[in-house]
Design a protein around this ligand. Structure first.
Ligand SMILES: [Zn+2]
Length: 379
């Protein structure tokens, strides 16, 4: 409790020096190193192997994250990018570790739609297809230079009775390959036009069989659960309350900190206080701070940015970075690069310790149980 009071008063006192409104173009130049390029080639997997003595120079090697803990390798519908092409995007931006998500709700194969908001009324449903495709592509392309963590995206959280059996199918077809679950949707208001609705609270108790499997295997689960909308900011908070109450020992990642396009202007003090309360009560909870929408609405305006930077600093071992990229065939390298830059921008304001934990991946290695270590930042 005392720690928390120090934090809250620290929030008030916290001021930042460099938080101008940022356009993509000048954000590029701010994130480039002295040579004017994204310093991707300065980063190698060897630097992250235990025992490596190389220190990380933020000025030379850049302040963008090396971990993308939220990347959808499958689009909602239509053609996807090849895994080789995505891997080249990762290497060119210096992202060395990535979670390979499918997509929580995909459009029917006979639909011509590629994005759910373009085809309101078409059902978007969870499916095992995209996880099979990701695993097969991974085996076929055997990407080099990066570490990819396969993730199970198929669970239907409103109808969880088949999830354990589906995990058994993945075990049979791709033994040992899937080490993460998510992004799965508990409530995603953006999909309400596509036959998705908030999962009933009563269904959460029925997750126990698959949550036990995840716990036994030490597999994290990334859950999309909107807090609410601007007119009712905490409308759906009861759903994550129930998840955390029932499964406090699972490694749960709350994506986007509950924020969304439908909640672009919650009071940051209200939001931060709410998130701090969850973090204090549930030590296994982590927050995913990905998505361009969050950067645009919360991490640009200097006062708000300072509050969130202080919040991340205080909880620097509880935060995961990434893009929330969706690998539709229409996207280019420029799109991915700009998402890396936007989603990394606030890390410029963090101390070396917090930068190492979040951007250099120590939190990710810890939660995923990986045999990598973030390098120390050079003094
Ligand atoms: Zn996502």
């Amino acid at each position: 409790m005392q720690k928390r009071n120090i934090f809250l008063s620290g929030l008030l006192a916290f001021t930042m020096a460099s938080c101008a409104t940022i356009e993509d173009s000048n954000m590029d130049s701010q994130s480039m190193n002295a040579h004017g390029k994204l310093p991707a080639s300065a980063r190698t997997l060897d630097m992250f192997k235990p025992g490596s003595e190389v220190c990380y120079d933020r000025e030379v090697m850049g302040e963008t994250f090396v971990v993308d803990a939220h990347n959808h390798f499958r689009p909602f519908g239509g053609a996807a990018k090849s895994m080789d092409e995505i891997n080249s995007y990762l290497l060119d931006t210096g992202v060395l570790f990535v979670n390979v998500f499918g997509i929580g709700q995909s459009l029917p194969v006979d639909s011509t739609c590629e994005y759910y908001l373009d085809c309101i009324g078409t059902p978007a449903r969870p499916s095992m297809k995209n996880d099979f495709v990701n695993a097969s592509n991974y085996l076929d392309s055997d990407p080099e230079g990066t570490v990819m963590t396969m993730s199970m995206t198929f669970p239907d959280l409103a109808n969880p009775e088949n999830v354990a059996a589906q995990i058994a199918v993945m075990d049979e077809e791709f033994p040992g390959m899937f080490k993460w679950m998510g992004e799965v949707n508990l409530v995603k208001q953006a999909l309400f036009g596509n036959h998705h609705s908030a999962a009933p609270q009563s269904a959460i108790a029925d997750w126990s069989e698959f949550m036990t499997i995840l716990r036994d295997r030490d597999i994290p689960i990334s859950i999309h659960s909107d807090l609410g909308s601007d007119d009712q900011p905490m409308k759906y908070a009861y759903l994550m309350d129930e998840v955390l109450r029932l499964y406090p020992d699972n490694k749960i990642v709350w994506v986007h900190m509950g924020l969304s396009k439908e909640l672009p202007s919650i009071n940051p003090d209200t939001h931060i206080t709410k998130m701090q309360d969850y973090l204090d009560r549930y030590p296994n909870l982590m927050l995913d701070i990905t998505w361009r929408v969050i950067f645009d609405n919360y991490f640009q305006e200097p006062d708000m940015r300072a509050k969130y930077a202080a919040f991340f600093e205080y909880n620097s071992d509880r935060i995961l970075p990434g893009t929330d990229f969706v690998a539709s065939h229409k996207k280019t390298y420029e799109v991915y690069k700009n998402e890396v830059l936007a989603n990394s921008d606030i890390f410029k304001d963090l101390s070396n310790t917090a930068f190492r934990n979040i951007a250099l991946g120590q939190n990710y290695f810890d939660i995923a149980g990986m045999d990598y270590t973030a390098p120390d930042v050079c003094k």
